[in-house]
Design a binder for this molecule. Structure first.
Ligand code: AMP
Ligand code: GLY
Length: 423
């Protein structure tokens, strides 16, 4: 089979890595890819939002399956466009991708399907929003309704902080149109877990769970990032809680979307909070997580390619996945300055020493080759995964490899896994 992965981050490198191991694969492309994917796939210089060019490429190159990594092309309709061209695409239609593109759409699905989630209200008027905050008190969560690349959520510890977020989103339009309206939510407390399910429109197959580390600083401090590390499986999510989340969150969402005429195909990512009051949904995403994919895919023993195909074909009912009996832990190496203004074009040096650590895998995110040398592009640069018989062994492998990367312009958190392992 001929497969096209769309994206250029560590998640897409991990997807390419998993797909490259499939005996069914005959040719792998990645658009636009990065120097890491170039080792496994042929990189194609087409941007993730150039959907017409991606469709033309897929048609001209007889692609059997398109695998979009990030949300932006899904929200922009890549799955619909590939579908019209008769090309299988493992991702939701633009209509179903509103689960990630619009917070209020997700909340309406939750209400219609009885999915446990934080109490919420949507506001188009900043005065009404401020009044609501005064009535509810802090802590309280303010969310821009539209897609905001992870910058649209403020967990406000005080009413003043909530007021500032409302002003920033709705009046100063810091996030542009994404903040025209806001969703204001009750603040949930508990362990946060990312749960993934592969969906075919009707059936959902668990695709593993991980705990992400969103804050930039050790001990979960400082500003939010795309994710500084992850581990899997997370001991906090027992098999019983996972089954509960599949039954009360993932499957009802799938059924409700199908009922509304917008069935969900692809990878559904539920951001869960394990509250004292049971599992609740924080948000849905319509794709794999990054760095969760880098940590989950190395644990998957089954061939990923036929599973993604079965999701496209509506044939997951009789499908099952086998996991390797290992734990995995991923450490993200980011450019100094991230998530503010990261340094660019710092030399990274050779990765072969890090790759030689037993049980370690080095995935590239923000890298490029300049004058024959690997340099950083800013942001998250590398995702290094260690695998081992348990989380502690996985952590040792990941950090042993991270220490071997000779790149003083990169930094990483030294406490990934602390909630499960201690510091
Ligand atoms: P998002 O950008 O939507 O992933 O949200 C960023 C982070 O905000 C989440 O990962 C949570 O840690 C936090 N968050 C979002 N909604 C809530 C909520 N209702 N209660 C507590 N924390 C929340
Ligand atoms: N790591 C969280 C995300 O991919 O959204």
């Amino acid at each position: 089979m001929r497969v096209l992965v769309v994206g250029s981050g560590g998640r897409e490198h991990a997807l390419c890595w998993a797909l490259a191991a499939s005996p069914l694969l005959t040719k792998l492309f990645c658009a636009p890819g990065n120097p890491g994917t170039a080792k496994l796939a042929e990189n194609v210089p087409i941007g993730v939002l150039d959907i017409a060019a991606l469709v033309a490429f897929a048609r001209d190159n007889e692609i059997d399956l398109v695998v979009p990594g990030p949300e932006a092309p899904l929200v922009a309709g890549i799955a619909d466009a590939m579908g019209l061209a008769g090309i299988a695409c493992c991702g939701p239609s633009a209509a179903a991708a509103r689960l990630e593109g619009s917070k209020s759409f997700t909340k309406e699905i939750c209400d219609a399907a009885g999915i446990p989630t934080a109490l919420w209200e949507r506001f188009d008027d900043p005065h009404a929003a401020r009044e609501f905050v005064r009535r509810r008190g802090a802590p309280i969560v303010i969310k821009a309704d539209g897609l905001a690349a992870g910058k649209g959520v403020v967990v406000a510890a005080s009413v003043a902080e909530a007021d500032d977020a409302i002003a920033d989103f709705m009046e100063h339009r810091k996030l542009g149109e994404a903040g025209t309206s806001v969703v204001i939510e009750e603040c949930l407390v508990g362990d946060e877990i990312s749960l993934f399910a592969l969906c075919d429109g009707t059936n959902a197959l668990p695709l593993g769970a991980a705990q992400d580390h969103k804050r930039v600083g050790e001990g979960d401090t400082g500003p939010n990032t795309g994710g500084m590390g992850a581990y899997s499986p997370p001991p906090a999510l027992s098999p019983a809680l996972e089954a509960d989340a599949m039954a009360r969150i993932i499957r009802p969402a799938l059924a409700e979307l199908a009922k509304q005429g917008t069935p969900f195909r692809g990878i559904l990512f539920a951001g869960l909070m394990l509250t004292a009051d049971g599992v609740k949904l924080i948000e849905f995403n319509v794709r794999f997580g990054d760095p969760e994919a880098e940590c989950l895919l190395p644990r998957l023993q089954s061939d990923l390619l036929p599973a993604l195909m079965a999701a496209c074909d509506g044939e997951l009912a009789d499908f099952s996945l086998v996991w390797r009996p290992v734990a995995a832990l991923t450490v993200v190496l980011a450019a100094r300055g991230y998530p503010g203004t990261p340094e660019k074009h710092a030399p990274i040096g050779s990765l072969s020493d890090a790759e030689a650590v037993p049980g370690a895998l080095v995935f590239q995110s923000g890298t490029e080759v300049l004058g024959g040398a690997l340099v950083s592009l800013g942001g998250r640069v590398l995702a290094i995964t260690g695998t081992g018989s348990d989380l502690d062994a996985a952590r040792k492998a990941a950090y042993a490899a991270a220490r071997r990367v000779a790149a003083p312009a990169l930094f990483y958190r030294r406490d990934i896994g602390w909630r499960a392992l201690g510091k």
